[in-house]
Structures are given as C-alpha cells and as structure tokens.
Design a protein around this ligand. Structure first.
Ligand code: ZN
Length: 238
C-alpha cells in the first residue's frame, strides 16, 4: 500500500531518527482500516464527526503496525513520509527530513499489545542494521519531538522494553507475554498468518529472514529488503 503523501528527502542517506507514534481512527477504535485510508487520502471524513478534523489532512508514515502485529508499509524508507509535523530533535527542526515514522495502532490512554512490541523490536533491529546513524537512543516518541503539541504514543508506551531490546527475553506466560483480552477476543484469523495486506507488499519475496532472526522461534520476524521495504510477520504464539 502506497501513500501519495510523501516526497524526496533532502538527503536520502541522512536518516538518523525513528519516531514512534500512536494512532487509531476513529479514536479508540481498532481494525477499521481508517488509518490506511487516511494515509492514502481515501478516508471519507464527512460521515463521522470524530473524523471531521481530518478533512484535507495529508499525512503518512513509513510503517503502520496493527494491534495484531501486522505491518503495512506506506512509504519507502529512503523517501520522506509526512508524520512528524512541526518538530525538533537535537537542535534540528523538520524531523520528517531525517527520520523514519512508525505508527502503532493505539491510543494515548492505553497500552500497546505484546505483538506490537515484538514486531517493533524487530523493525528497530533491522533499521539499526541498515542505517548506522540510528541507535536505540535515536528512537523517540512523537511527544518528544513535538512537546506541547503531541502526546503520542502516550504515557503507557513501554520505553524501557523498547530501548533495552528486552522483548525477546520475555517468556510466553509472563505478564507481558500474555495476549491481551482484546487480542484474545478477535476471532476469525489464525494467529501468525500474514494478512492479505502483507502478502500484497511489493518486494516481499526478497525479504528473507536473517539467520539470527530464524534462530529465534516465537519472536516476530521483520526483515529489510534491498529496496528499503520491510516485511513483518505476527509472532507465533504456541
Ligand atoms: Zn504522532
């Protein structure tokens, strides 16, 4: 899925920041497809007063991670996605120029799912390997680069878990490894099976998991294709 809300970076090699966001549309509702439509400029904002503010808004992110851990890429990493808005990081303004934006499906007043943390951890591993100027200290929330204007991903986001890369050490059955009630209540699709949306990602055939990733059963796998696209599988829960 490709968002038209993108343009060229001033310097495609100048990528040194990852911005984590939270979003759900309508706010607090998950799995509606409205976020993808927003990013593709096909969201009908007239039918729902909760969406009225979004009429004419042109935004995107490089990646969207659903509550179930499926990953959709809207903008190639070497292109400039429109996710940060007015922003500043380490003295530099206009963070869209030099950052990668990852939207997690969620709200500012609740936590994120274990699948999202697993997928995000693997995305970050892949990005850090691909872009040497990104390290774990350069993974920040939207709230950090736009203070006073944005609060996502919100106070419930588990920064120590992400910055420490600790997700893989968590065993199934631990508090964080247990699927949330919300996850358990979603019937209909087998866990761990990529959604049709993922299967349609261009370049997916080239996204071969690295040996390191293959050696970690139970973790979500994300690999980076040569064209800068990402692939993600929901973690297998056994
Ligand atoms: Zn945001």
């Amino acid at each position: 899925m490709r968002s038209p809300n993108q343009n060229a970076r001033p310097d495609p090699e100048d990528i040194n920041l990852v911005v984590v966001h939270g979003i759900s549309l309508p706010p607090g509702e998950f799995g509606t497809g409205a976020v993808a439509r927003l990013f593709c400029n096909t969201l009908d904002c007239s039918g729902d007063p909760r969406l009225a503010d979004l009429a004419g808004v042109r935004v995107s992110a490089h990646l969207f991670v659903s509550r179930r851990g499926s990953v959709t890429q809207f903008v190639a990493f070497d292109r400039r996605a429109w996710h940060a808005g007015i922003s500043r990081w380490r003295g530099r303004t206009g963070c869209n120029d030099f950052s990668i934006g990852i939207e997690l499906e969620g709200t500012d007043d609740a936590g994120y799912t274990s699948r999202q943390y697993g997928v995000l951890t693997n995305i970050l591993d892949a990005l850090i390997a691909r872009y040497p100027r990104i390290d774990r200290s350069a993974v920040v929330g939207h709230s950090e680069i736009a203070p006073g204007r944005k609060i996502d991903p919100g106070p419930h986001f588990d920064w120590p878990l992400v910055h420490g890369g600790l997700f893989r050490s968590l065993q199934p059955g631990s508090a964080r490894g247990v699927p949330s009630q919300e996850e358990s209540l979603q019937p209909g699709s087998a866990r761990g099976v990529p959604s049709q949306e993922e299967s349609l990602q261009p370049g997916s055939a080239r996204g071969v998991p690295s040996q390191e990733e293959s050696l970690q059963p139970g973790s979500a796998r994300v690999s980076l294709a040569e064209d800068g696209s990402a692939r993600g599988n929901a973690p297998h829960k056994t």
